[in-house]
Design a protein around this ligand. Structure first.
Ligand code: NDP
Length: 321
């Protein structure tokens, strides 16, 4: 029987994950298909019930469902519990296990960015959504001693800090109001800056002014394109990386969970690159190429923000200030 893996999100019209995972199944001779299920929040519980069937290896979960899915599975791993978000599900009989492979994906990206340098201990994180939760958990378990979180809606950053209260008891984890001068002061005390907001995903704008970026920073943008932030930082002399490696490694970790086999990383990387070159956008947040797709992506981001209990705030995608 052909096994099935599905990506549950809204929207999921095009997905780099599909290209990556199908190539990996085919390369490994695994008789499985990777399907895209566009399910609005009201259809989520039904989709989860369906994935319990014998023909499923598991599923991926993406925007805007990663947090909503937590109470719908039977068990969560330490990483999913700690982050409060699930991006991968596996099946144990008819029971579902929720995992968060964004965490190992982020750690792979962090290791690559830091390279041979000593792992820094202070970080500034922009954003407080699902991606930021994986980042903060990754930084805490990596041994960071000071993490400052800036978010447009401060209360969401404060909720994130509270969420990690116990695991961050030994270090300094703080939420601060989003003002360029405060961000600048914190960057001066940090070695690493991570953008986990979706600013730069659709419009070519940066979350922070170029002038406050100091030249020796390591800058990681979870968005997997060469964003304005990364271009500004590179021009200033920083070492930069986009979110491609994180996406690749979260996918590789999911593949291993479903199949019990090491992921064929090179095959996945090649499939990812050719899907991207062919204009495929990702449900995980590739900037949309046409107006219809752009509206779809904007709607999904707005819905995700609403689902996380934020007010509409400034709206749009202009940089917060
Ligand atoms: P969420 O919707 O959960 O969070 C979005 C974040 O962006 C919030 O902090 C939100 O702030 C902020 N934001 C959005 N629009 C604005 C704006 N106009 N001004 C200021 N802040 C804004 O999304 P995710 O955390 O899941 O994803 C965030 C980004 O990370 C996306 O671009 C996504 O593509 C990327 N990502 C990449 C991954 C990878 O594998 N490379 C994995 C996961 C995410 P507020 O709370 O105030 O609304």
């Amino acid at each position: 029987m052909t096994k099935r893996v599905v990506l549950i999100g809204h929207p999921v019209a095009h997905s780099l994950s599909a290209a990556m995972q199908q190539a990996a199944f085919d390369d490994q001779g695994i008789d499985a298909t990777y399907e895209l299920w566009d399910r609005p929040p009201l259809g989520l519980a039904g989709a989860i019930a369906e994935v319990r069937g014998d023909d499923f290896l598991g599923a991926n979960v993406t925007i805007p469902h990663k947090e909503r899915v937590v109470p719908l599975v039977d068990r969560v791993t330490e990483e999913a519990h700690a982050t409060g978000a699930v991006n991968t599900m596996t099946r144990e009989g008819h029971r579902l296990v929720g995992h968060n492979t964004d965490v190992p994906g982020f750690k792979a990206a962090l290791d690559s960015l830091v390279g041979r340098q000593k792992m820094p201990r202070q970080a500034v994180v922009l954003g407080a959504g699902g991606g930021a939760r994986a980042v903060v958990y990754g930084l805490i378990t990596e041994g960071f001693q000071r993490i400052i979180i800036f978010n447009r809606h401060l209360h969401r950053a404060e909720a994130l800090v509270k969420h990690f209260g116990r695991s961050a008891a030994h270090m300094e984890l703080r939420a601060m109001p989003w003002h360029a001068s405060i961000i600048e002061a914190e960057l001066a005390k940090s070695k690493i800056l991570i953008n986990a907001t979706s600013i730069g995903l659709i419009a070519d704008i940066s979350p922070i002014p170029a002038e406050i970026i100091q030249p020796d920073l390591l800058v990681l943008d979870l968005i997997y394109s060469r964003t304005r932030l990364l271009r500004d930082a590179e021009e200033t002399g920083c070492t930069v990386a986009d979110g491609e490696l994180m996406l690749l490694h979260q996918g590789a970790a999911a593949f291993t969970l479903w199949t019990g086999r090491p992921a064929p990383l090179d095959v996945m990387r090649t499939a990812f690159a050719s899907a991207r070159a062919g204009g495929v956008r990702s449900a995980e947040g590739e900037p949309a190429g046409d107006d219809g797709a752009r509206r779809e992506t904007e709607r999904a981001i707005a819905e995700a923000a609403a689902g996380a209990g934020t007010s509409s705030g400034g709206g749009g995608t202009s940089a917060a200030g």
